[in-house]
Design a protein around this ligand. Structure first.
Ligand code: ATP
Length: 310
C-alpha cells in the first residue's frame, strides 16, 4: 500500500512547520526521514497518521483519502509516536491485549497475536511487568509491539531506536528491515548511520521543505563533492616531490599530508575517476610504488550539514 503526500502544509501561527511538501513511499520501501530539530518530521508523520489535520494538501494511503477518512486510515497504519505514550500502570501483556482490541484484532486472535509480538519484539522476559517498571529501551519495544499488533500495511516510526542500547538497536533495525520487505515504512531518526543501514531511500527535510530525496548513493552524487582519495606511495621520492606532482594534476583541488612520516596524502578532486587514473599513471611514469589508492565517500553527515545548515 503506497503513501502519497501532495502539497502538504501545516502552519503554527505564522510559522510554516511543513511547507508545501510532496512525496510518495511505495509498498516494500523503507523511507528514512531526516532533518534537524524542528524541521517538520513529526508534523508530517502526525498528518500521515491522521493525528493532525494539515492546513492544506492531500494524503492518500493506498486509495484512501486520509483527511476525509481518518478512521479507515488508522486501521491500515501502525504508529510509534515520538514520545511513545504508554499506559504506565498496565502490565505489558494487558496493554498489548488492550491495544489489539482497540485496533480491531478479532477477539479469538488477540492472545495469539500478542504472544507473537512479544516474541518478535523480544519482550518475553518482561511481559508480566508493569510498563512503568521497564527500562527505556524495553518501553520502546512495547511501543513497537503496539504499532505492529494489528499487522498494519503501513508503519510510521518516529525515532524508533531512541533509548535502545547498541545490541537492541541492531535487533530492532533487523526487525524493521524484515518487516519493511512487505510493508511500507517511514522512519525518522537522528542517527544517520542507522538510516543508511536500514532504509532504501533517504528524504531530508529542512525548515518544512524537502531538500533531498534519493538513495544514499544518489545523495552523494548530488552533493557538493567532498569525495576524497587517499594515496600512499613508496620508492625513491620525497614528500614534497609527491605533493607537488599531485597538486599539479588536473581536477585536483586540494592535497593534504596525512601522516608525519611516509608519503600518504588526502586528495580532493572534482573528478574522482580521472584523478584515480592520473595518480596511477603518475606513479608508473616515475617508477613510484603505489601502495594505497582508496576513495573515501562523502559522509552522509557532511551532506546533511550541507543541506540543512542555513
Ligand atoms: P525534532 O527532530 O526536534 O523532533 P521535528 O522535525 O519532528 O523535530 P516538528 O515537531 O515537526 O519537528 O516541528 C516543526 C516546527 O513546528 C517546529 O518549529 C515546532 O516548534 C513547531 N511546532 C510543532 N508542534 C507545534 C505546536 N503544537 N504548536 C506550535 N508549534 C509547533
Amino acid at each position: 500500500m503506497d503513501i502519497k503526500v501532495e502539497n502538504l502544509s501545516k502552519l503554527y501561527g505564522s510559522q510554516k512547520a511543513v511547507d508545501d511538501i510532496s512525496f510518495v513511499v511505495k509498498t516494500g520501501e523503507i523511507l528514512g526521514f531526516l532533518g534537524p530539530n524542528g524541521a517538520g518530521k513529526t508534523t508530517t508523520m502526525k498528518a500521515i497518521t491522521t493525528f493532525l489535520k494539515p492546513d492544506s494538501g492531500k494524503i492518500f494511503i493506498g486509495n484512501i483519502n486520509a483527511i476525509d477518512s481518518p478512521q479507515e486510515v488508522k486501521k491500515k497504519i501502525g504508529y510509534l509516536p515520538e514520545n511513545n505514550p504508554l499506559y504506565s500502570d498496565m502490565a505489558v501483556i494487558d496493554y498489548l491485549r488492550f491495544v489489539a482490541a482497540l485496533n480491531g484484532v478479532a477477539k479469538q486472535k488477540i492472545d495469539e497475536r500478542v504472544l507473537e509480538m512479544v516474541n518478535v519484539c523480544g519482550l518475553k522476559g518482561e511481559k508480566h511487568k508493569k510498563i512503568e517498571e521497564l527500562s527505556k529501551g524495553y518501553q520502546q519495544r512495547v511501543g513497537l509491539a503496539q504499532a505492529l499488533i494489528h499487522d498494519p500495511e503501513i508503519l510510521v516510526l518516529d525515532e524508533p531506536t531512541t533509548g535502545l542500547d547498541p545490541n537492541q538497536i541492531i535487533e530492532i533495525r533487523e526487525l524493521i528491515k524484515r518487516i519493511g520487505r512487505s510493508k511500507t515504512v517511514i522512519l525518522s531518526s537522528h542517527i544517520l548511520a542507522e538510516v543508511e543501514a536500514t532504509c532504501d531511500r533517504i528524504m531530508i527535510i529542512n525548515k518544512g521543505k524537502i531538500v533531498a530525496n534519493g538513495t544514499a548513493a544518489e545523495l552523494r552524487k548530488h552533493s557538493q563533492g567532498n569525495d576524497l582519495i587517499i594515496a600512499e606511495i613508496e620508492g625513491n621520492v620525497s614528500r614534497d616531490q609527491f605533493y607537488t606532482a599531485l597538486a599539479e594534476l588536473p581536477h585536483v583541488e586540494m592535497v593534504d599530508f596525512l601522516s608525519d612520516s611516509g608519503n600518504k596524502f588526502e586528495i580532493q578532486s572534482t573528478n574522482m575517476s580521472a584523478t584515480k587514473h592520473d595518480i596511477f599513471d603518475l606513479c608508473v611514469k616515475n617508477k613510484w610504488y603505489l601502495v594505497q589508492l582508496t576513495p573515501i565517500e562523502t559522509k552522509l553527515e557532511d551532506i546533511f550539514r550541507e543541506l540543512t545548515l542555513n
